[in-house]
Write a protein that binds this ligand. Structure first.
Ligand code: ADP
Length: 507
């Protein structure tokens, strides 16, 4: 690695006479030689079928669709497009495995399979990380250091609970629900599969999981791992397809529980679809997290946390800290430091270990982000974007920050799902609580302050499922995660995550 230290400073330039768009000079103080991860450790087949009943089955629909690398726009593979007959086959396989094998199995034996899957994820971590990055566009550093290890940890954590449910729910008998239909989004494809599958099978349920259409590959790799693990056929079925496949799963009468992570719009469709049925549901939907910095906070640490909170994974995170509230007395300093740090972030090849911000997941998501950048400018906010160079091909968005934002602006109210931060200011605790809670969402939030009492005061009054204090975007399998209001209901992770897959009966 060659490191060259050059003198530079952030130098705002107004672009094309547009008064409210300012491009910051790219800070090349630290320029690194390329350090690309090799693709050779990953094998991607040209075509994938559906993983049903422990076998790779051709889709009855006879249809396939392509999956692309968003950083190069190159085709990676094609995967089956499951139709309603395929969904039916998968649900029947799950039901058969539930009735005849899995619910009858001694919990200790179930745990062994789940531990084995966890270890196999660790063994194939490098391959999984590479494929996650190729298919989704996120930096390899993140897939390698966050997504894959956290996915393995979820399997380890829930494997540990499988034979200890009487301690998780003392004096109660935990009875599995049956067949779980699970639908996941494209932002954390392997990790979301782990979040969904591990607690479901640890509690004795069987599963049909549908991947997101733009990022199916790591879940299919997980299917290969599950096949090799010897898990009884039908306990976990993994199918691919788009919204129609998801809807067929939601509407299938043989499904007892829906676990969904995705947009609030689709969450509402699902809620309407299952109303009046026996199906239980957990919905983890959108967010517009408030990240709050008080004047007594360690500012450099807070700035780094805010940068991580919004630019991590290209802002493709439902709990991304997309609304920043800074106490007025320190606003100037914080905004200056944010701009400085933002203009040193490297956007580009996700396979390069130096990359901070990878590719936007799809063309349509890039268009959504660009639509909001336009809306923000039209609303009168001042837009700062980093001046970093972008690759010629692929879908990219520079880290962007808006100042002069009003609470009612759409960029402060709506989920953008990109590397776009809206900065607002406040004077008092009451004011910031009111502003932070003034959102249709309530998934996550952050508080930065030196005072423990203030943390407790704020977290008690804020309507968000997860609140980080003096840190952001930290996850652990033992911590529950989920939202209020239009961010959904139910919790994943920890004991709460187990409870969502059982009914508790008196012993
Ligand atoms: P995003 O807008 O972030 O892509 P979506 O909510 O559209 O989020 O997608 C999340 C998941 O929900 C994906 O797997 C997608 O295929 C699936 N999905 C989309 N529409 C429906 C639907 N009507 N019913 C069930 N699942 C759906």
């Amino acid at each position: 690695m060659s490191v060259t230290k050059k003198k530079s400073r952030t130098n705002p330039k107004r672009e094309n006479g547009k008064s409210n768009t300012i491009k910051l000079k790219f800070d090349t103080s630290w320029s690194y030689a390329p350090a690309p991860e090799s693709k050779s450790a990953a094998s991607i087949k040209p075509q994938y079928d559906l993983f049903i009943n422990g076998e790779w089955q051709k889709p009855l629909s006879k249809k396939y669709f392509e999956t692309f690398n968003p950083a190069t726009e190159e085709k990676l593979s094609e995967v089956a497009d499951a139709g309603s007959a395929d969904v039916d086959k998968a649900v029947k396989a799950a039901r058969n495995a539930y009735d005849n094998v899995w619910k009858k199995m001694v919990p200790k034996e179930r745990a062994k399979y789940i531990f084995r899957i966890a270890r196999m994820i660790q063994e194939r971590a490098r391959e999984l990380a590479i494929i996650e990055t190729l298919d989704g566009g996120k930096p390899i550093r993140e897939s390698r250091d966050f997504d894959v290890p956290t996915a393995a940890n979820h399997f380890f954590y829930y494997a540990g609970w499988a034979d200890k449910l009487e301690y998780a729910f003392p004096n109660r008998k935990a009875v599995p629900l049956g067949v779980a239909g699970q639908i996941i989004p494209w932002n954390f494809p392997l990790l979301m599969a782990a979040w969904k599958i591990a607690p479901a099978i640890a509690t004795g349920n069987t599963v049909v999981l549908k991947t997101a259409e733009s990022t199916p590959l790591t879940a299919l790799k997980l299917a290969e791992i599950i096949e090799e693990s010897g898990l009884p056929p039908g306990v976990v079925n993994i199918i691919t397809g788009a919204g129609e496949t998801g809807a067929a799963l939601v509407n299938h009468p043989g499904v007892d529980k829906i676990a969904f992570t995705g947009s609030t719009d689709v969450g509402k469709i699902i809620q309407r679809a299952i109303a009046g049925t026996h199906k239980k549901a957990t919905l983890e939907l959108g967010g517009k997290a408030a990240n709050i910095i008080f004047d007594d906070a360690p500012i450099d640490q807070a700035v780094e946390g805010v940068i991580n909170g919004i630019y991590f994974n290209q802002g493709h995170v439902c709990c991304a800290g997309s609304r920043l509230y800074v106490q007025e007395s320190i606003a100037k300093e914080v905004i200056r430091k944010l701009k400085d740090r933002m203009s040193s972030l490297i956007v580009g090849d996700p396979m390069d270990k130096n990359t901070d911000i990878g590719a936007i997941n799809s063309r349509s998501q890039l268009e959504t982000i660009q639509k909001y950048l336009k809306i923000g400018r039209e609303e009168g906010a001042e837009m700062y974007e980093s001046g970093c160079p972008l690759p010629g091909k692929g879908y990219w968005c520079r880290p962007t920050l808006f100042t002069n934002v009003a609470q009612s602006n759409r960029i402060a109210q709506e989920e953008i799902f990109g590397p776009v931060l809206s900065v607002l200011t406040f004077r008092t605790d009451d004011e910031v609580i009111e502003k932070a809670n003034n959102s249709p969402y309530g998934l996550s939030a952050g508080v930065w302050t030196d005072k423990g009492s203030k943390i407790f005061n704020m977290t008690r009054r804020m309507r968000a499922g997860v609140i980080w204090a003096n840190t952001f975007n930290k996850f652990d399998p033992s911590s529950p995660f989920g939202g209020y209001k239009e961010s959904g209901f139910g919790r994943e992770g920890g004991l709460h995550g187990l409870a969502a897959y059982v009914t508790l009966e008196n012993v």
